[in-house]
Every structure is written in C-alpha cells, then in structure tokens.
Design a protein around this ligand. Structure first.
Ligand SMILES: [Zn+2]
Length: 240
C-alpha cells in the first residue's frame, strides 16, 4: 500500500509540476526564462520548518486534523521536490516530535527550548533560507486563503511576493492577500538573520479550505508552488 501511495504521490507531483510550470509561464511570461544551474543552487540551503510537532499540535481543523501533521506533510513534499531539482534542503523535523532539549519539563519549557533549537540550526547553517510552514485558524470561519509572511525585509520581501503570487495563481485566484511583515511576537522568525518566510497555507477554521488542505493533491500543489517560487527567487538573485 505504501508503494502505491508513493506512486500516486509521484504521479500527482508530476502532474502538479506541469500545472505549476504552466502557471509560471503565464505569470512570468514577459520575463527572462530562469536557468537553474546547479552552481547557483548549491550555495543556498533551503531550511524547511514544519511548524509545531509532538505535544504542540498547533491549530486544529474543523474535522479534527492537527496543524502539526499537515505542516509536516507539506514540508516533506517540498523536501522531496527540492531533491528533484538538486536544491540542498534540510527538514528541521521529519517526524511528529518537538525539538526540545531533554531538561525541558513543562509544555512551556519544551516549546521555548524547541524554538531556540530551531533558531540555532538556522543560524548555524551557512547559506540558509528559511521556509516555515503553518496553517491558519480564526474564530470567524469565513476567512480563507494562503498568506505569506516574511522577516528581514531587505532579504526576503522579493521571495515573499513571488511565493504569494504563485500560491494565488496555483490555489485560488480570488485570494487577494499580499505578503506581509511577520508580527514581532513570532519567536523563530524574529531571531534569525537569513531570508525567511512563514507561509500560512490556508485556514483550518474554514470547512471548505480545511478539506482541501487535508487532501494529497492540494498539499502537492502547495509544495510545488513553494518550490517553484524558491527557484524563481534564486534565479532573481535572492539569497546567498
Ligand atoms: Zn502554526
């Protein structure tokens, strides 16, 4: 069964890649075609952060799915696709766990330690570009749509805009959200010095969007959009 799932994933990934490339051709029709040479990709390390994990499940969808699981599923897809393109990528977590030190006891201590460790890995990685993956939630279930946030504006805003545009084109053309500066309350994003995006892929509080976010095909479309935007940003000189 696992093998069949992988086959289906690869098939879906292939189809979605064609879709994204077609969208990209429309969106960037007038621009120069980027060349993704291995040399230019080698200098950057795409750090993929699946938000939350372990006891900290993050938000919960209207159907009971934990944000941390969806974040991990999208993150793994981005990592697999990065491999196809020869992009160096690191997953901060590759299973359902928190990254805290052993000494941490309470949930608060674990969360604090987890975030500090994530910051440390990002800061110690030469050529890091951080892509943090989350899902949104809001008391009013009307709201929907992917939202890109960024920190370190001079390094990140171009990448953020490309990502927001590509998510709009691939997922929902009615989504008029613009990339925004991250609030200063988000610890990880405010303690790193490299180009950094935090992507809220959609709203778990919106029943329709929650169903999409939980589906394999939609997660693959998100992952392809994120990777295509990263490649485009690199081609435009974003990052090291
Ligand atoms: Zn989150």
């Amino acid at each position: 069964m696992k093998c069949k799932r992988r086959k289906n994933f690869l098939l879906a990934a292939g189809l979605a890649l064609l879709l994204v490339l077609a969208i990209q051709a429309v969106v960037w029709g007038e621009r120069e075609v980027p060349v993704f040479g291995p040399d230019s990709l080698r200098q950057a390390v795409l750090i993929i952060d699946a938000g939350h994990g372990g006891e900290d499940g993050g938000a919960v969808s209207v159907t009971g799915t934990r944000e941390s699981d969806l974040n991990l599923s999208v993150a793994k897809r981005v990592d697999a696709l990065a491999g196809f393109y020869g992009v160096q990528a690191v997953l901060l977590r590759d299973s359902d766990r928190s990254l805290h030190n052993e000494e941490a006891q309470t949930l608060h201590e674990k969360k604090e330690s987890d975030l500090k460790n994530r910051v440390q890995t990002v800061e110690e990685t030469e050529g890091a570009m951080l892509l943090s993956i989350h899902q949104n939630s809001y008391p009013d279930s009307r709201y929907r749509g992917a939202q890109v946030f960024y920190s370190n504006e001079a390094l990140s805003s171009q990448w953020a805009e490309l990502t927001q545009n590509l998510l709009r084109a691939a997922l929902d053309q009615e989504n008029h959200r613009l990339a925004k500066v991250i609030p200063d309350t988000i610890y990880l994003m405010n303690h790193i010095t490299c180009p950094a995006l935090l992507v809220e892929c959609g709203f778990l509080s919106n029943p329709e969007e929650a169903l999409l976010l939980e589906s394999d095909g939609y997660q693959t479309k998100i992952a392809l959009s994120l990777l295509a935007a990263f490649l485009q940003a690199r081609a435009e000189g974003v990052g090291p």
